[in-house]
Design a protein around this ligand. Structure first.
Ligand code: ZN
Length: 206
């Protein structure tokens, strides 16, 4: 099993999901669509998702919580539509995957959620699931070795280490030095102090 690096690149995260899929004997799926009688059904569901996305988009003003759902459902609809075209629409599918990831990371960032730490914890837990057996392609039977992800602990760690101004994680070295603000906020404050001092200096000089 590949060790989880301290800091994950997006590619490393993707490869970890591949490790999980192979270790548990899960199917990668069939994306070329040849010989499939289900294509009209895919397009039917894709259209439904896009209609739902449109409906959610009209309600974003009334309840901003629907904003991220609107974006995510729209991307899912576009991906299903691209997948319904088979391998020819590979670029469209990639575009939708990248947009989906962007939206997911965007919501995590907007809510100051520790998405990378949470991903690692979910991967750790997933690897303890029992391998896929006959009649259980979605690993519903977790098996005796299963260990649930502890996202409460992940969240608590992140909140304990969050910058008091912006909520982003504070560098561990700074925490050790009892500083509860991130470098960016510290620099912004420094800059503001400098500009204030210069303004006072300019007034004094007339
Ligand atoms: Zn900050």
């Amino acid at each position: 099993m590949r060790n989880c690096p301290m800091t994950l690149t997006v590619s490393q995260a993707a490869r970890l999901t591949g490790d999980f899929r192979r270790a548990k004997g899960l199917k990668a799926g069939d994306f070329d669509g040849r010989g499939s009688g289900e294509l009209p059904k895919l397009r039917y569901y894709a259209r439904h998702l896009l209609e739902l996305a449109h409906e959610l988009g009209t309600m974003v003003e009334a309840d901003p919580r629907l904003y991220w759902a609107h974006l995510q459902v729209e991307e899912l609809g576009e991906r299903l539509m691209a997948n319904s075209k088979g391998a020819a629409a590979e670029e469209e599918a990639l575009d939708s995957l990248a947009d989906s990831l962007y939206v997911l990371l965007g919501e995590a960032d907007a809510r100051r959620m520790p998405i990378e730490e949470a991903f690692k914890e979910v991967h750790r837990s997933n690897m303890t699931k029992q391998a896929a057996g006959p009649g259980d392609p979605r690993l519903a039977k977790k098996g005796p070795g299963y260990c649930k992800p502890d996202l409460a602990a992940v969240l608590k760690r992140a909140r304990d280490q969050a910058c008091v101004d912006c909520g982003y994680p504070v560098d561990p070295d700074r925490l050790r030095a009892s500083c509860c603000r991130c470098v960016d906020c510290e620099e912004r404050e420094e800059q503001a102090r400098f500009e204030q001092a210069r303004a006072i200096h300019d007034i004094e000089r007339g």
